[in-house]
Design a protein around this ligand. Structure first.
Ligand code: HMG
Ligand code: MG
Length: 296
């Protein structure tokens, strides 16, 4: 049975924009988040407090976060790779952060210049501070269905990293198919394996649509009861440290599918479509959302 409702975690302002070559003005990022705030979304990942040398596009994280018109009832998490990022985030009023690890050693080194264990050690003080500050922490596991450097990623490695993030205090673990390489039966088997170690209610799925499999993978995973789905408006994005990785599944397409199946999302689809098409126009390209194209 499918869940009665699904919470969409909108990652467009972060995952969607982090890989843009041309710097998007802070004002556009702020307008994007404010528009998304009027669509019924409950969670909007706003930006990343990572090294500006590693991700120049998000060097304006503090300016963007401070500029958004935060609405009650909406969470605006941000990515932090270490305590320095956490402190920069807290200084501008952030109340929820996300730490990000990988299931593949090779990807961990390329993305955050650390082994998996080093990265988990680095997150420990962040989690400790967050607990003291009453700040919620989400955890990501990347490369759960394959790695651009290492190839196959053993399920046991995915389970181990997810369990460790959950044990360390992350309230939710988002499982990322960073390079959009999975297919539905593999995605479902991966989620089932992690679900043995972490409660399904604490899991989210994060699928990039590089090979057009994301909606199918989501549907297969929903059958196991997962009820949190990450998506990016207009299907923008990709990870700068995973060559060839394209955007996340488009939020419009996820909402269209779910609402069409009678699964409530709380999202106003026409407003979301309008926002995705607005963003695509700003970025000077056609939207990657099929639903967005159909409406244009
Ligand atoms: P490093 O170079 O090893 O860092 O990078 P370091 O600790 O040695 O510090 C080097 C310099 O960076 C120092 O400055 C620090 O102050 C500065 P210097 O003294 O040389 O002038 N620095 C910082 N500055 C601002 N904010 C910070 C910060 N930290 C250090 N937080 C580091 C290590 C983790 C910082 C770097 O590798 C990094 O920022 N990586 C982030 C890469 C990234 O953002 N990738 C994309 C997000 S993950 C993703 O997209 C996947 C996901 O969507 C799920 C999926 O799809 O699978 C989540
Ligand atoms: Mg991603």
């Amino acid at each position: 049975a499918y869940p009665a409702s699904v919470r969409i975690v909108e990652v467009g302002p972060r995952d969607g924009l982090q890989n843009e070559k041309t710097i998007v003005p802070a004002a556009t990022k702020i307008e994007l988040i404010d528009r998304l705030s009027r669509t019924g979304l409950q969670t909007i990942e706003a930006t990343s407090f990572v090294s500006p040398r590693w991700v120049p596009q998000l060097a304006d994280a503090a300016e963007v976060y401070a500029g958004i018109d935060r609405q009650p009832g909406i969470a605006y998490p941000v990515l932090v790779p270490n305590l320095q990022g956490y402190e920069r985030a807290i200084a501008v009023g952030v109340r929820e952060v996300a730490v990000f690890a990988a299931a593949s050693e090779a990807f961990s080194r390329k993305n955050i210049n650390a082994t998996i264990d080093e990265s988990l050690d680095r997150f420990a003080p962040v989690l400790e501070r967050a607990r003291a500050d009453g700040v919620k922490v989400r955890g990501y596991v990347s490369t759960v269905l394959g790695c651009p450097y290492q190839g196959d990623v053993p399920l046991a490695d995915v389970v181990r990293v997810a369990r460790r993030l959950h044990d360390a205090g992350c309230y939710e673990i988002s499982l990322g198919d960073t390079i959009g390489i999975g297919t539905p039966t593999k995605a479902r088997a991966m989620l089932a394996a992690v679900g043995e170690a972490v409660p399904m209610s604490a899991l989210a799925i994060h699928f990039h649509d590089t090979r057009g499999q994301a909606l199918a993978n989501i549907l297969a995973c929903l059958e196991l009861g997962v009820a949190v789905v990450d998506a990016a408006v207009s299907g923008a994005g990709g990870c700068p440290y995973a060559n060839g990785a394209t955007g996340n599944v488009a939020s419009e397409d996820v909402v269209y599918m779910l609402e069409g199946m009678g699964v409530a999302t709380g999202v106003d689809l026409p407003r979301l479509v309008e926002t995705g098409n607005w963003l695509s126009a700003r970025l000077g390209r056609e939207t990657s959302s099929k639903v967005g194209r159909a409406a244009a």
